[in-house]
Design a protein around this ligand. Structure first.
Ligand SMILES: Cc1ncc(COP(=O)(O)O)c(C=O)c1O
Length: 409
């Protein structure tokens, strides 16, 4: 029997029509438009590494490709290049003292796909996920996409953006999983070891999942990355989501990974096969050369001091030029996350309106904190790694000029 066409009133599925357009993408598109119109744009939006990938690594990679192009572009098994998984296993041992066997690792198309796979593999529709607020805007979208209930714990300025352990105890008790990042986006905080211990204790007691996003784990300027795997009694309830976008600076290469308990690897791989067979093969080889030939370590040695001094310069300049803003000096990551509420109140503007008007009038593009959750309202997310110290300050001066012209400073 023919199905009448008018049964299909919507041209797209509810799955996609109910997915909100993330303002993050709108602002990034706005920066591109302004640039095309010839405006000098100070773009603080992207979570983009500030320096190009290692020339040495790229040259080595290209030579290898020239020697054997077939090998670098053929299909390979879904779980990912075994040489890369072995090198990553060694890398985890070396940097974190963590024992993860290569067969517990799945190579993904970016940390973004690793997040999607872990959520779809571990949670069912209607399950509750605990998110920290504010947090990476994609987490909220993923929760909508996977039809999850969301509980939140606030990460407040007063606690240097760590959640209250009492809130974790209460909310994780009712959730099937908690998802959070350390170092964090947008706040740049490193999770405190007390909070990390609480999360592990509650999750293991309740048999809940911890999805731990470590996309920025190598970008730590003071203190150390928290290896949750070492705090936990086992890997049984932890799934770690990683990325090659930030540390070896190949975000467009789209490469990331997941590792977790051995008994779920097969399920993760099954899902990955449905989502796109295998992650970009040439990029898997490139990441392998980075790890195996020592290019990663060398690259990080060169890049981290540059990021650190950009962090220092941008922090000092922002404090000086916008004295009423509340701002922590980030110990890690890529972002300043100032609270500019006093200015917004006098302007009678939301952070989103402010970001749009600032982009239009000054070509200064920053992300409004509310994109990252309601607790981010009144804040701005400012990438400090992508511009020179001078440019970072020039953009802040324009921001100050905007406030002066509007008579709020
Ligand atoms: C916290 C966090 N996790 C994951 C990602 C995803 O990165 P990618 O998909 O490029 O690996 C990002 C990107 O900015 C991020 O900020």
């Amino acid at each position: 029997m023919l199905i009448p066409g008018d049964l299909y009133l919507n041209r797209v599925s509810r799955r996609v029509s109910t997915l909100p357009l993330n303002p993050h993408r709108v602002l990034i598109a706005r920066a591109h438009e302004l640039r095309k119109r010839g405006v000098r744009v100070y773009d603080y939006t992207a979570g983009q590494p500030g320096l190009p990938p290692s020339t040495e690594a790229l040259e080595y990679f290209m030579e290898m490709v020239r020697e054997d192009p077939f090998k670098h572009f053929r299909y390979m098994p879904t779980q990912g290049l075994v040489e890369l998984r072995e090198a990553l296993s060694e890398d985890l041992k070396r940097y974190g003292g963590v024992d993860v066997s290569p067969d517990q690792i799945l190579i993904t198309t970016g940390g973004a796909e690793a997040l999607l796979i872990s959520i779809l593999a571990l949670l069912d529709e209607g399950d509750t996920i605990l998110l920290l607020d504010p947090s990476y805007s994609v987490y909220w979208d993923l929760a909508i996409f996977a039809k999850l209930r969301v509980e939140t714990c606030t990460q407040s300025f007063e606690r240097e953006f760590n959640p209250d352990p009492e809130c974790i105890k209460e909310k994780l008790n009712r959730a099937r999983a908690v998802l959070f990042a350390s170092p964090d986006n947008p706040t740049s905080r490193v999770i405190s070891s007390d909070v990390a211990k609480t999360i592990v204790e509650v999750a293991y007691e309740r048999n809940a999942w911890i999805i731990y996003d470590v996309a920025y784990k190598h970008l730590v300027y003071e203190g150390d990355h928290i290896w949750l795997e070492r705090i936990a009694p086992s890997l049984d309830n932890i799934v770690v989501v990683g990325s090659f976008s930030k540390d070896i600076a190949i975000p467009g290469g789209r490469l990331g990974y997941i590792y977790g308990p051995r008994d779920i690897t097969g399920d993760l791989v099954k899902l990955k096969a449905v989502m796109g067979i295998v992650s970009p093969v040439p990029m898997q080889w490139l990441a392998y050369y980075y790890l195996k030939e020592g290019f990663k370590e060398k690259y990080l040695r060169e890049v981290l001091p540059v990021y650190r001094s950009r962090r220092d310069a941008s922090y000092e300049a922002f404090k000086r030029l916008l004295p009423e803003a509340r701002l922590h000096k980030p110990k890690a990551g890529m972002y300043l996350f100032p609270d500019v509420t006093p200015y917004l109140e006098r302007l009678k503007m939301s952070d989103l309106d402010f970001a749009l008007k600032l982009a239009e009038s000054k070509g200064v593009v920053m992300l409004p904190g509310s994109i990252f959750g309601s607790a981010g309202r009144g804040y701005l997310r400012i990438t400090f790694v992508t511009m020179s110290e001078h440019e970072l300050e020039e953009g802040f001066k324009l921001l100050r000029g905007f406030l002066e012209e509007n008579k709020v400073l």
